[in-house]
Write a protein that binds this ligand. Structure first.
Ligand SMILES: [Zn+2]
Length: 264
């Protein structure tokens, strides 16, 4: 149903799966809404395994021409965790993009410490999402500086162009192989040494890529590594000043959501 200023609210008790739940609750928007909603909670739950009958989803959202769906607020009452997870969309001063924060001002998505991008719009795929995709995807505009996460040697560039587009393979000094794909501009050559944090490329949308993003993939020998396990990860926390501003905006969103829920 409509909740004012273009926002819609969808709520449902979980039935079978998140996809089925949202297909029944939101019709033709269900699949896109399920995907956008799931991105907020993959950090804390395995959504294929951990959802239970009686769990409840609530989401304030609107269709968007570029992002397909924008989620303003999402809640998941989880029987498995015994609590309600929350994600509120808010742009921290100094950030280039909005992110999602819980009610205490802790960022919902994890970030890689010393990852390849300083800032990006959203993580759109994790290693665990699907077995055929071997990396982590960061949605970010074409031209975002890409850093070498570690001291490394460039082992090859621009192989398998049709799929990878402009691409760089690095061998970190601990032997791990890193692949960075779909770049718009490559600034290094095979054999070159690069320092940790050095800008080696600009992100892009080349090769088999349907939207601007960076694909980051790690291997040790035959094994694919999860960047979330290989790297240190962090959840940022808002400062006291930021938290006060966030809470004012979050209270408005919460009022919109709760008013809409009460009128259902
Ligand atoms: Zn990818």
């Amino acid at each position: 149903m409509l909740a004012g200023s273009g926002w819609r609210v969808t709520t449902a008790d979980v039935e079978h799966s998140l996809a089925r739940t949202f297909q029944q609750a939101a019709g033709e928007d269900g699949d896109a809404l399920a995907a956008a909603y799931a991105r907020q909670f993959v950090w804390d739950l395995d959504l294929r395994r951990d959802l239970q009958r009686g769990d409840r989803v609530e989401v304030l959202w609107r269709p968007d021409p570029t992002e397909v769906i924008v989620v303003a607020a999402a809640r998941l009452r989880s029987g498995r965790l015994g609590r309600t997870l929350e994600a509120w969309r808010w742009q921290r001063p100094g950030d280039s993009f909005p992110s999602y924060w819980d009610a205490d001002g802790v960022e919902v998505p994890y970030r890689l410490v010393d990852g390849p991008l300083d800032d990006y719009e959203q993580v759109t795929a994790l290693l665990k999402d699907r077995p055929t995709h071997k990396g982590m995807d960061f949605k970010t505009p074409v031209g975002t500086p890409v850093r070498s996460p570690k001291a490394a040697t460039v082992t090859r560039v621009d192989w398998n162009w049709r799929y990878n587009g402009h691409c760089i393979e690095l061998r970190y000094d601990d032997g791990v192989i890193a692949k960075l794909l779909h770049l718009s501009e490559n600034r290094v050559q095979a054999g070159q040494r690069v320092a940790a944090g050095q800008v080696i490329a600009l992100s892009g949308n080349t090769g088999r890529s349907t939207a601007p993003h960076l694909h980051y993939e790690l291997h040790r020998g035959d094994r694919v590594l999860d960047p979330l396990e290989y790297h240190e990860v962090q959840r940022r926390r808002l400062s006291a000043d930021e938290l006060a501003r966030f809470r004012a905006d979050q209270a408005r969103l919460a009022a919109t959501l709760d008013r809409a829920l009460a009128s259902l």
